[in-house]
Design a protein around this ligand. Structure first.
Ligand SMILES: C[S@@+](CC[C@H](N)C(=O)[O-])C[C@H]1O[C@@H](n2cnc3c(N)ncnc32)[C@H](O)[C@@H]1O
Length: 406
């Protein structure tokens, strides 16, 4: 049966953004008054927009499902499910093609089968980790009624499109605990191993939302490979060591990892043991806040050919909360002392609050970086695509800055 969908008025700015392709209606005086209905429509002179309503979300009150020219205020569950399956199928087919056109970038067990808005499945990501599948739900209520349907479709499509069998299913409503599916009990606490670029990593559901490996950085990691041959590498905010292990595997002469967390550093060292092909004796672990560890390295006149600086958007130094980007100018000026002539600074920012434009402008204004040449931009790509006109989805930004020879 086709149900009539409530027609709502959205803020004129939201309507303008929807028309451009921005997929969110945020909380404001208009969206606060939306009627209780899972689907809503809104329209301007040209188009109508079908929205998925999320009345309990603190910021994103509706997500764009589809737009069409002219009027449309009807939708039924069968059509919605058919469209959802089409989108899942398109996303998986895209991964299949990318895997075959870029086998080296996809030489890994971890990749996203679908990446939310950028695959037109708003607020929902599907991550494959070996033969496990994790569904990340960023909405409050949009997807919950459809979870059984989504899991069954993903299982079937992964088998038919990618020729792969998923053995275990997990669900996380962010921020929230990981649950096994279909039991909806807490996900098991045991470690499991996956491979990325011929390196093995031990993952666990208690290692944060990314389980011990940032898959959205995988293709970026891959593209930094030309930097490490015979290099002295400093990996700041190293977490469980993905950049450190990768640098070692690509011929680094020596790698130093710094992280505040003894738990993550212990996991980094376990990961080293999991990869006996790497020379663990040329890896050094420093546990503590980066600021003081960097000062100690400066005092010791250390020099590095590659420094990876991938801070969290906000973090603690053990005493107070930091917004790393605000103090980045000062910090990068300090790091410059540690970069050898001809060396490379890899700087990342992982928050959509800093747009790519601001990221680049801020870096350009740091006097100590005047002697660097921009060699590479990094961002979400491959299994983690970006949607045009959607800066919130373009959260991962990075650059490779090469220090000019003196
Ligand atoms: C975004 S993760 C880094 C991801 C890592 N680069 C990777 O690719 O796997 C941030 C890491 O920074 C660490 N961290 C946060 N604040 C810190 C600080 N002040 N000093 C050192 N490490 C810190 C956290 O423990 C966490 O492991």
């Amino acid at each position: 049966m086709t149900a009539k969908i409530p027609l709502v008025t959205v803020h004129p700015a939201s309507l303008k953004y929807l028309q451009k392709g921005h997929p969110w209606v945020t909380l404001d005086s208009f969206s606060k008054k939306f009627p209780q209905s899972p689907f809503l429509t809104t329209r301007n002179a040209k188009s109508s927009f079908l929205l998925l309503h999320d009345p309990h979300h603190s910021k994103i009150r509706a997500r764009l499902w589809s737009s069409q020219q002219g009027q449309s205020d009807r939708c039924d569950m069968e059509t919605f499910h058919l469209q959802l399956v089409e989108r899942l199928k398109a996303a998986l087919t895209k991964r299949k093609m990318l895997k075959s056109s870029h086998p080296q970038v996809f030489n890994r067990d971890n990749y996203y089968l679908f990446f939310a808005e950028a695959d037109f499945i708003p607020g929902l990501q599907g991550l494959l980790l070996g033969n496990s599948f994790i569904l990340f739900d960023f909405t409050r209520t949009i997807w919950e009624p459809h979870i059984d349907f989504i899991f069954s479709q993903v299982k079937q499509l992964t088998s038919t499109v990618l020729n792969q069998d998923i053995q275990e299913f997990f669900y996380q409503k962010r921020p929230g605990p990981f649950l096994s599916y279909p039991s909806k009990t807490a996900a098991p606490a045991n470690d499991f191993v996956i491979a990325e670029f011929n390196l093995r990593y031990s993952l666990n559901f208690n290692l944060g939302s990314d389980l011990g490996l940032y898959t959205d950085m995988s293709s970026v990691r891959f593209h930094t490979s030309p930097l490490y041959s015979d290099a002295r590498v400093l990996n700041l905010f190293s977490y469980t060591g993905a950049f450190s292990l990768f640098a070692l595997s690509q011929g680094a002469r020596q790698v130093t990892s710094v992280d505040l967390s003894p738990k993550y550093m212990a996991r980094l060292n376990e990961n080293l043991l999991l990869n006996p092909q790497l020379n663990a004796s040329i890896h050094h672990s420093l546990v503590g806040p980066v600021n003081s560890k960097v000062k100690e390295l400066i005092d010791a006149s250390a020099l590095f050919d590659v420094i990876v600086c991938d801070p969290p958007s906000a973090s603690s130094d053990g005493h107070s909360q930091h917004n790393h980007w605000k103090s980045m100018g000062e910090f990068l000026s300090m790091l410059d002392t540690l970069v050898a002539s001809g060396g490379t600074l890899l700087v990342f920012n992982n928050t959509h609050q800093i747009t790519r434009k601001k990221f680049e402008q801020d870096l350009a204004q740091i006097p100590a970086l005047n002697k660097y040449t921009l060699r590479e931009f990094y961002g979400l790509s491959f299994d983690c695509p970006r949607l045009p006109h959607f800066p919130e989805g373009d959260y991962l930004k990075g650059v490779a800055l090469k220090k000019n020879h003196v």
